[in-house]
Design a protein around this ligand. Structure first.
Ligand code: PBG
Length: 469
C-alpha cells in the first residue's frame, strides 16, 4: 500500500491517528492469533484516517499512544486494523517490536496487548486507508441512532390524513374488483357500513363514495346523478346515520351515470359541453349535500364549476358543505382499474362521436403550470381543498400547489397506483408494507395533507402495529 501525506488540516479531530504515523506497507502473518507479528512501515509521511477506519484503529489506542511517544516507531493503517481485529478475535493480541533489519524506510514492530472483553468492530480485508477528508458537515451524524432519527423525522403518516375511497353497488354482496385485489364493490346497506366501521376503528374517519350505477339508469345527460334515492345519496345517508362523526366526501362528475361514459354531456360532434354539464353538476352537488355529504368533490374538470357549485350550495342553504376540488386532474392511464370498478369507460354510440379519452377536460401529463392555473382558479372560486390526481407520478405538482396555496392539498393515490403495488406485492417482488408506506409518505412529504388511498385501512393497521411494537 502506498503511504500518502495527509492534507495539512486533516489531523484535527478525534478520528485521526496522529500525524507522525505512516502507512503500513505490509503485514506479515496477519492471521496469526497469538504469535508475534511484524509490520513494515515507511517512516515518512503523515497519515490520518477516515472516520470509518479510525474507529477501528482507535480501538488499538493504547498501542497507538505508546507508539506516538516513540518517534522511531510509526505505523498505522488498514492492515494493522485487520491484523488487530483478527488477533483480538483469536485471543491475546501479541505484537512485539523489533528493531531487527530496521531500515530508513521501514521498521518492524510488534506490540503485545491483552485482548479485552469488548467486542470490537472490524473492517473487511481490503478496506482502503484514506486520509481524513476534512469534511466538517456530516449529515450522517443526525442519522446515527434510532432515537436521533425519530427526533429529526420531518414527515409522518397518520390515519388522520387518509380518506378511504369506497365503491358501492345496489346489492348485498362484496363483489371483488379483479384489477384491484383486496378491493370490492360493497353493498350499500351491508359491506359499506362494515368497511367504514373497520376503517373508523383504525382511525380512518373519512370516506369518499363512488356508486356503481346500474346500466339501465345511465343516460346521456345523467339525470340519475341527482336522484335523491340514488345509490350515492343512499350511501351518504347510511354512513352519516350509522357514524355521524365520519366525514363523508362525494364525487361530482357525470361519468358513473352517463351512458356515454364521460364526465360531461357529450355533443354529437364529440364536444364535451362545459356549461350545460355544470348545470347538472350543481344539481348533483345539492342533492349530495341534502343527503348529508360533508364535502362534495368535483372530479369533472369543467371550467368554472367550483364557483357555480359554491353558489348552488350556498343558495340551497349548504354554506357549511365544503368543496374538495380535483384541481389538477390529469388524463392518466392510472385510472384504468377504477373504470373497471365502476364500468365507466367512455363508450360508443351509433351516429355520435364519443371521444375515447378525456383529454379535452383532464390535463396533459406534460403540463405543470397549467396545474397551478387550475388550482388558482379553484381557490378563487371558493374551493376548500385542492387536489392533485394521480399521486405519486405527480409529486412535483403536489409540491407546486402546496407552495402556491394556503389551502390544504389533497392527493389521490389512484387505482392504478394501488394495482401496481398490489401486483408487485402478490408476486413477491416488493415488500408491500414498506413500499406502500413509503409511497404514501412521499405524497405527504411533497406537500399533501390529505391522501385518498385504497390502502387507507391497511396502512392504518400497519401504522398501528408500528406504534405498538
Ligand atoms: C370520475 C373519477 C375517476 C377517478 C375518480 N373520479 C376516473 C376518471 O376520471 O376516469 C379515478 C380514481 C382512481 O383511478 O382511483 N370522474
Amino acid at each position: 500500500m502506498e503511504g500518502h501525506a495527509a492534507p495539512s488540516n486533516a489531523c484535527r479531530g478525534s478520528v485521526v491517528a496522529h500525524a507522525s504515523l505512516a502507512c503500513v506497507v505490509g503485514v506479515i502473518g496477519t492471521r496469526a492469533a497469538t504469535s508475534a507479528t511484524f509490520v513494515s512501515v515507511p517512516s515518512t509521511g503523515a497519515t490520518s484516517l477516515s472516520t470509518d477506519n479510525a474507529g477501528v484503529l482507535l480501538r488499538g489506542t493504547q498501542s497507538l499512544q505508546q507508539l506516538e511517544t516513540r518517534p522511531s516507531v510509526a505505523w498505522a493503517g488498514q492492515n494493522m486494523a485487520i491484523l488487530m481485529s483478527s488477533l483480538v478475535a483469536g485471543g491475546a493480541v501479541s505484537m512485539c517490536r523489533s528493531s531487527r533489519r530496521k531500515t530508513e524506510q521501514t521498521s518492524r514492530t510488534c506490540v503485545r496487548q491483552a485482548a479485552d472483553d469488548e467486542i470490537r468492530p472490524r473492517v473487511p480485508e481490503g478496506t482502503p486507508i484514506v486520509p481524513h477528508l476534512g469534511i466538517r458537515k456530516r449529515p450522517r451524524r443526525n442519522r446515527r441512532s434510532e432515537a436521533a432519527r425519530a427526533m429529526f423525522t420531518e414527515t409522518r403518516l397518520t390515519p388522520d390524513n387518509f380518506i378511504m375511497p369506497v365503491f358501492v353497488h345496489d346489492g348485498v354482496d362484496d363483489i371483488p374488483i379483479s384489477s384491484m385485489p383486496g378491493i370490492s364493490r360493497l353493498g350499500v346497506d351491508t359491506g359499506l357500513l362494515r368497511e367504514v366501521e373497520e376503517a373508523r376503528a383504525l382511525g380512518v374517519r373519512s370516506v369518499v363514495i363512488f356508486p356503481k350505477t346500474p346500466d339501465d339508469l345511465k343516460t346521456p345527460v345523467a339525470e340519475e346523478c341527482y336522484n335523491p334515492e340514488g345509490l350515492a345519496q343512499r350511501a351518504i345517508r347510511n354512513v352519516k346515520r350509522a357514524f355521524p362523526d365520519v366525514v363523508v366526501y362525494t364525487d361530482i362528475a357525470l361519468d358513473p351515470y352517463n351512458s356515454l361514459g364521460h364526465d360531461g354531456i357529450v355533443r354529437s360532434d364529440g364536444v364535451i359541453m362545459n356549461d350545460e354539464t355544470i348545470h347538472q353538476l350543481c344539481k348533483q352537488a345539492v342533492s349530495q349535500a341534502e343527503a348529508g355529504a360533508d364535502y362534495v368533490s368535483p372530479s369533472d374538470m369543467m371550467d368554472g364549476r367550483i364557483g357555480a357549485i359554491r353558489d348552488a350550495l350556498d343558495e340551497a342553504g349548504f354554506s357549511n358543505v365544503g368543496i374538495m376540488a380535483y384541481s389538477a386532474k390529469y388524463a392518466s392511464a392510472f385510472y384504468g382499474p377504477f373504470r373497471e370498478a365502476l364500468d365507466s369507460n367512455p363508450s360508443v354510440a351509433e351516429g355520435w362521436q364519443v371521444p375515447d379519452n378525456k383529454s379535452t377536460y383532464q390535463q396533459d401529463p406534460g403540463n405543470y403550470k397549467e396545474a397551478l392555473l387550475e388550482a388558482q382558479l379553484d381557490e378563487e372560486e371558493g374551493a376548500d381543498i385542492l387536489m392533485v390526481k394521480p399521486g405519486m407520478p405527480y409529486l412535483d405538482v403536489i409540491k407546486g400547489l402546496h407552495e402556491q396555496s394556503n389551502l390544504p392539498i389533497a392527493a389521490y393515490h389512484v387505482s392504478g397506483e394501488y394495482a401496481m403495488l398490489k401486483a408487485a406485492a402478490l408476486n413477491g417482488w416488493l415488500d408491500e408494507r414498506k413500499a406502500v408506506l413509503e409511497a404514501l409518505l412521499s405524497i405527504r412529504r411533497a406537500g399533501a395533507t390529505v391522501i385518498l388511498t385504497y390502502y387507507a385501512k391497511q396502512a392504518a393497521q400497519w401504522l398501528r402495529e408500528d406504534r405498538s411494537s
